[in-house]
Structure formats: structure tokens, C-alpha cells
Write a protein that binds this ligand. Structure first.
Ligand code: AMP
Length: 207
């Protein structure tokens, strides 16, 4: 299964990626995770990327394309992968197409998890994490116990959420037509319980 998972911040993409990697026995490949690991390791790449990431800007295409090329060629990705956070630009999508065609292992599907803008804003801005356990609550849909030590992620503050959603819209405005043209795009309604959404994704992968 070679899959790209697309979904705005707070769309439930992270939850679904975790379920799908388990189900298909393939790794999740996240350029954001790889870049954060490079920063933690203090590598040259990490130094180059950290300023851009802190400002919410994209890391250059050549850098992320290089990371994905190397990662996709590793043994554990032989039977597939779930790409999360890549591609973000049309040049990245073109490079991925060329890479996978060259390897003789084209993409199977691109799944976009659709959630309305209003609901995304509400989900993100009312999301809270318990500092001690890492458990994620939602003040309206999944209220925390009274003794939780709640933390509000810096990037879940309303203004930042709006900015991240704008960026996501700009990105998908270019990517969705690209994958639609290739006949690979499937859109899934992202409103419902996590297991309902998993079922919808699995059904979409069959068509
Ligand atoms: P993420 O965890 O996917 O939200 O990524 C965090 C940050 O890493 C982004 O805001 C970008 O600065 C950088 N990044 C991750 N993936 C890419 C990509 N495909 N292209 C460019 N920059 C990326």
C-alpha cells in the first residue's frame, strides 16, 4: 500500500495514519518528523531547517525530496508506506511521481480527509493536552477530568490555527487537482468517530 494521506491540522490525520500503518504493516513517512529528528540530532540539515520551521515556512523542495528519496528506498518501505506531510508542493509531487515510477512502485491512492473549516477551528482551539499523561482532550467533545493538568499547544492558539489552515488550503489548492488528474484522489468525510473514518478510508481504497 503506497498512500498519501492529506488532511488539515485537526482533521484526524495523525490518528488515521497510526491506525493505517498498523493495519497495512507499512511505515509512516513524515517529513515533519524527520526534520524534527534532524533538529534534535543537531545535524547540518537540522540547523538549516529549524529557522524556517519556527517561522512556519516551508523547507526547500530539494531538501525534503532528498529526505523522502532516501527513506522510501529503505528496506522497511519495500512493501509500501503512508506519506504524511509530503508532498506539500507540486514540484514535490512531481519528484515523488518520478521517483516511484523509476522504482516501478507507483502510488496506489491519495486520500484527503475532509472536515469543514469551522469545525477544524473549533477542534483545534478547544484541544487541550494533559501535561502529565500526554492524553488529548477536547473541552466540548471529550472533556478532561477535573484533576488534569491542561496545556494549550502554542500552535493551537486561534490566530495560529487560522494561519495553519490558510496554509493548508493554499497547499491543497494545487495538490488536489494534480492527483485528481491522475485518478488517484479519494475524498473521505472526516466527521464522525475515528473508527467510522477508518472504515470510510478503507472503503475508498477499494475503489
Ligand atoms: P509537519 O509536522 O508536517 O506540520 O511539518 C512541520 C514543519 O516542517 C512545516 O511547517 C515545514 O516547515 C516543515 N516541512 C515538513 N514537511 C515539509 C514538506 N513536505 N515541504 C516543506 N517543508 C516541510
Amino acid at each position: 500500500m503506497r498512500l498519501i494521506l492529506l488532511g488539515a491540522p485537526a482533521s484526524g490525520k495523525g490518528t488515521q495514519a497510526a491506525v493505517l500503518t498498523e493495519k497495512f504493516g507499512v511505515p509512516k513517512i513524515s517529513t515533519g518528523d524527520m526534520l524534527r529528528a534532524a533538529i534534535t540530532a543537531g545535524s547540518e540539515l537540522g540547523k538549516q531547517a529549524s529557522g524556517l520551521m519556527n517561522e512556519g515556512k516551508l523547507v526547500p523542495d530539494t531538501v525534503v525530496i532528498g529526505l523522502v528519496k532516501e527513506r522510501v528506498s529503505q528496506a522497511d518501505a519495500k512493501n509500501g508506506f503512508i506519506l504524511d506531510g509530503f508532498p506539500r508542493t507540486v514540484p514535490q509531487a512531481d519528484a515523488l511521481d518520478a521517483l516511484l515510477t523509476g522504482l516501478g512502485t507507483p502510488l496506489d491512492k491519495v486520500v484527503q480527509i475532509d472536515v469543514s473549516r469551522d469545525l477544524l477551528e473549533e477542534r483545534a482551539t478547544l484541544r487541550r493536552t494533559d501535561k502529565r499523561t500526554g492524553h488529548i482532550y477536547h473541552l466540548k467533545y471529550s472533556p478532561p477530568p477535573s484533576d488534569a493538568e491542561l496545556e494549550h499547544r502554542a500552535d493551537d492558539q486561534p490566530e495560529t490555527v487560522k494561519k495553519r489552515l490558510d496554509q493548508y488550503d493554499a497547499m491543497t489548492a494545487a495538490l488536489l487537482p494534480h492527483y485528481e488528474k491522475l485518478g488517484l484522489l479519494r475524498r473521505v468525510d472526516g466527521v464522525g468517530s475515528p473508527s467510522e473514518i477508518t472504515s470510510r478510508i478503507l472503503a475508498a481504497l477499494d475503489h
